[in-house]
Design a binder for this molecule. Structure first.
Ligand code: ADP
Ligand code: MG
Length: 702
């Protein structure tokens, strides 16, 4: 660019991160090796080592302008939390030195009382503690050194999204290694890799602030559809694009400095909608990076007079935003276990992993559904633009044909007639599927990874990944139990594959997931349909799910009940805020504006007919009549909505399934009815009198 020094990306990348090269430079060799071992094996760090690491981290951070440090954690609010402490320590002579100890690095004690705990606080101390996660690098942002941590109660209960994620990574490591051993693979560790594609909207900041619904709830609660909606408008290119690309450029630079592998940025289908995809990395790091990305997206927007909307459905009638969570498992030397291999044995192992996922998805449809369940994602799922609320799986024609051949003891390759016998047979190389990807599937195998498309744009990726890890670990454990006990490995493997495919093939669906007919077909197949979060969340604590999570040490029963309560509470509170915002907008802004407009019409009629009876004022009278009727209906509906909120509040605690049901079946329909009337009014009154910027203004950024 003219007049600007071009940035040197390799130099910028990771420049604010205490990463491998920095550690090597700043740590004595033995400390570096001890830390590396801790990172690789998840061992506790010796305090004397921690002291050396802390001092080096602090010294490095000072060179980056840091004066403070913070333990950075992910409470169950979905966003991150931080509490900054400065490095200053009095030296006894009235001056200060900058200090940071190993103890401060390893453990922090934030007051846990204002974070959601789902009742865990009632039984345990209010205080929680944060513990350093050395597998995710520390970094400097602003004036602080950020230390990624897990957040637990003093009794050890997880109060965050990271602790269960790390536990689930351990579970899958343990079980996948058992399977690899059976195939003679001596890998020492299996890690989960994740790449989350993040969708978002950008709107003009001044319009954002002038809409109470956007500022309070993140989505528009009213808004008549613009004459031109989903289709791309000519305005969409040109000047608008410049403004957006300036934003994207700065966003990339900020993310790169933090070592975040922001790779792909593009415009999405809907006007004003965009996507950012990073390169995949280890699951916990990827989740941390995604949290940071969302935060920086919001902040960066402010500097460009924009507002970044991460809500799943900011605008009715226009595509919503998801977070496609791409998932795979790999050995530490980087071998992707979901990559078809080049030998029959490798392919047998590959097919076993795919079968494990298939069994996991079918057996735990409820958990995958819950992992994407929120009031805001309910606005998006099943809307013919996002997967339905029914979990199914797409594996492509090629793999399906192989599975069918295994199941029915048929031959797969015409070149090699005879029964397909996995592991021994010269199973032909499994080619990459060339069929067009099924983009309507909630969970698609895309060549060497699974893409889970149900999660919403605003949620943490930790929940879906934790569920995925745990359910797959459970399948692998069952497989390993059977295979380890077998005398004839090959025979047992083939029998196991056949049984698994037979038992779980109903979960495979390659048709159009947006088609209404799929709902019926899925019901015939016996698949679960949990249309809303209120339907889904109470399944979290079924005996099956408690046993599953306890078996793999991911959640205790107490922790699961706490999660369920928090999820339901969140659901009810979100809807209560939305409903209350609608009431406020209608009573304080919309009705007064519409009534004024009606009065103007009435005044016009009186004035005109006073001048001459020849003025029939047919238009004014017809409009006034329509508006008056709709105004009355609006008033009735807003009163009814107010009553439904009070009834919900009176019912029970927000964390109970009954209250969630009330918000779902009583409050939401009352909101929808009110919205319909108000949106009609918007199309009838003058633009000048309407108190909020229209959809057209919001969506078509200029
Ligand atoms: P799409 O066509 O859906 O955009 P991409 O190939 O661009 O697909 O990948 C989308 C995301 O999947 C990226 O974040 C990418 O890094 C991630 N991804 C690719 N391979 C893996 C893998 N083995 N494990 C996890 N995520 C992966
Ligand atoms: Mg994708």
């Amino acid at each position: 660019m003219i007049g600007k020094t071009p940035i040197h990306v390799p130099e910028l990348f990771g420049s604010m991160v205490f990463n491998e090269p920095v550690m090597q430079e700043w740590l004595p060799e033995e400390t570096y090796l001890a830390l590396k071992q801790t990172m690789a094996e998840g061992l506790p760090l010796d305090l004397s080592v921690a002291n050396v690491v802390a001092t080096a981290m602090k010294d490095w951070a000072l060179t980056k302008g840091a004066t403070h440090y913070t333990h950075w954690f992910q409470p169950m609010t979905g966003v991150t939390a931080e509490k900054h402490e400065s490095f200053i320590t009095p030296d006894g002579s009235g001056r200060v030195i900058m200090e940071f100890s190993g103890k401060e690095l390893i453990k922090g004690e934030p007051d846990a009382s204002s974070f959601p705990s789902g009742g865990l606080r009632a039984t345990f101390e209010a205080r929680g503690y944060t513990a350093w996660d050395p597998t995710s690098y520390a970094f400097v942002r602003g004036h602080s050194l950020y230390i990624p941590t897990a957040f637990c109660s003093h009794g050890g209960e997880a109060l965050d999204n990271k602790t269960p994620l790390l536990r689930s990574m351990e579970a899958i490591n343990t079980q996948a290694l058992r399977i690899l051993r059976l195939f003679g693979n001596d890998a020492t560790r299996v890690t989960v890799t994740v790449g989350p594609e993040q969708e978002y909207f950008l709107v003009d900041r001044k319009y954002y602030y002038s809409r109470k619904d956007l500022t309070y709830t993140g989505r528009t609660l009213f808004g008549a559809p613009p004459p031109k909606g989903q289709e791309l408008d000519d305005h969409y290119y040109g000047f608008i694009k410049t403004r957006v690309s300036a934003y994207m450029k700065e966003l990339d630079e900020a993310l790169w400095a933090l070592g975040i592998l922001a790779k792909t940025e593009h415009n999405e289908g809907a006007p004003g909608q965009h996507e950012l995809a990073p390169l995949f990395t280890t699951a916990n790091v990827s989740v941390d990076h995604n949290q940071l990305t969302m935060e920086i997206m919001r902040k960066m927007a402010k500097q460009h007079d924009l507002a970044c909307l991460l809500h799943e459905k900011p605008f009715a009638g226009i595509n919503g935003s998801g977070k496609h969570v791409n998932w795979s498992i790999a050995t530490t030397d980087g071998v992707n276990l979901l990559e078809p291999g080049s030998s029959p044995s490798q392919n047998a192992q590959f097919l076993l992993f795919i079968a494990a996922v298939m069994q996991a998805v079918d057996a735990h449809q409820d958990l995958l559904r819950i992992s994407a369940a929120s009031a805001s994602n309910d606005q998006r799922l099943g809307g013919y633009e996002a997967p339905p609320a029914i979990v199914s799986m797409f594996i492509g024609d090629e793999l399906e044909a192989i599975f069918e051949a295994i199941e029915h003891r048929k031959h797969y390759d015409p070149q090699h007639p005879g029964e397909l016998y996995v592991g021994v047979d010269a199973l032909p190389g499994i080619p990459r599927d060339v069929t067009d990807r099924n983009r309507t599937s909630p969970l698609a195998f895309t060549g060497n990874k699974f893409e889970f498309r149900m999660p919403g744009s605003s949620q943490s990726a930790a929940g879906p990944v934790t569920v995925f890890n745990t359910i797959v670990a459970d399948s692998l454990a069952q497989f390993a139990d059977q295979l380890e006990a077998a005398d004839d490995f090959s025979a047992a493997l083939n029998a196991l594959l056949r049984q698994t495919i037979q038992a779980h093939r109903r979960i495979l669906f390659s048709g159009n997931g947006y088609d209404a007919a799929w709902i019926q077909e899925a019901a015939q197949r016996g698949l679960m349909h949990l249309p809303t979060a209120a339907d889904a969340i109470p399944h979290l604590t079924t005996p099956k799910n408690i046993a599953l999570f306890e078996r793999h040490g991911v959640f205790s029963k107490t922790e699961l009940y706490a999660r369920q309560e928090i999820l339901l509470e969140n659901y009810c509170k979100t809807l209560r805020i939305e409903a209350a915002t609608m009431v406020e907008m209608v009573l304080r802004d919309i009705l007064p504006a519409v009534m004024d407009y009606g009065k103007d019409l009435a005044d016009t009629i009186v004035a005109k007919t006073g001048v001459s009876a020849e003025f029939a004022c047919r238009a004014e009278r017809a409009l006034l009549l329509k508006i008056s009727i709709l105004t009355d209906t609006t008033y009735e509906q807003v009163t009814a909505l107010k009553n439904t909120i009070s009834a919900g509040v009176a019912l029970d605690s927000y964390g109970s399934p009954a209250t969630a049901r009330h918000f779902n079946t009583v409050v939401l329909p009352a909101m929808a009815a009110l919205r319909q009337t108000v949106d009609t009014l918007e199309t009838l009154v003058s633009k000048a009198c309407w108190p909020y910027p229209s959809y057209g203004k919001l969506i078509y950024l200029h």
